[in-house]
Design a protein around this ligand. Sequence first.
Ligand SMILES: [Fe+2]
Ligand SMILES: [Fe+2]
Length: 332
Amino acid sequence: MRTRDLLHLRNTGHPGINSLFAKAHSADWDFEHDVDWTVPIAADDPLVAHGWGAFGKTPTFLSLPEHAKSRATRRAVGRMLNILQVGESVAQDVCAKLVLLLHEEDYRNHAAAQAMDEARHHLAYRRFLEKMNEEPEDIDAGTEMMFDALLASNDALEIIATEQFFLESFAMSIFESLRDSATHPLLRRIIELITRDESRHMGFGVLYLAEWLKRQPLDRRVAFARPWLSQILGSLLDRPGPIFLARVIRRLRDAGVADAEKLAPQMLREQQEINAADLDDVVAGTKVPHLLKSARRVGLLAPEILDAIDFGAHPLIRGALRSEREAAPLSP
Ligand SMILES: [Fe+2]
Ligand SMILES: [Fe+2]
């Protein structure tokens, strides 16, 4: 960019995207004063209800001694907060890059405001992890690879589709589950404040992509929809299984459950029943995950796209469309 390019910055005039920047200020919160950091975190506090963690709702897990359950649940929370704190730094990086890549005034403004939100989120998670006072488990290789690929991109559309549309819609379900299950007041407070910001970020991804898709011919829309819908369906079908179970068993063993390995087959069977029931709710359309809501809002579930890629018959997509039809008469 040169001064001449900045002299007459174009604003797209999109009311939704322009209002995001104003909301970033009116809904602002102060990292030091709006959170009471004096609230202590006891060393044996599980921080969330046991049912929040993978395998935490299984009858076998719930029948274990309270001390072991608390240790395992607390480690699960620590691992998630560690992924989130680094995810915030990744988001801050890509938003800073978007400020430079995007040439529209309202898009650049949103990206600048989001970069500041992400810096604050990073600090909040880091401070909470410090107060937990234990080394969190390392992030997994798959997450690290995905973050690395995002950090390497210099394409605004790819960055927004990955960060604001996919990752922030995916993360929104994690924030909601943490907010609903948090038993520690400080954790609940920071998640509530952060979730408010994240819904604006996800909103930008949805509005930006909806605008972009509207301008594309059908073949371009189909080419965009195919990989993203595959990724969305893949991540929705990815439920806690044997790999995650190994992690939970290790936590239980470290917490003093001597025969933890022996519990594994039974816990896996019980979790598979829970997974199936969760998916049934999505298929029935009674629960529509944020990823599918966002896909629907940007137009990826338009009939002509679903016809072209043969995804229309997928039970999860049918569930999202069914819930839209049932909700339609109530909408204003
Ligand atoms: Fe964030
Ligand atoms: Fe965000």
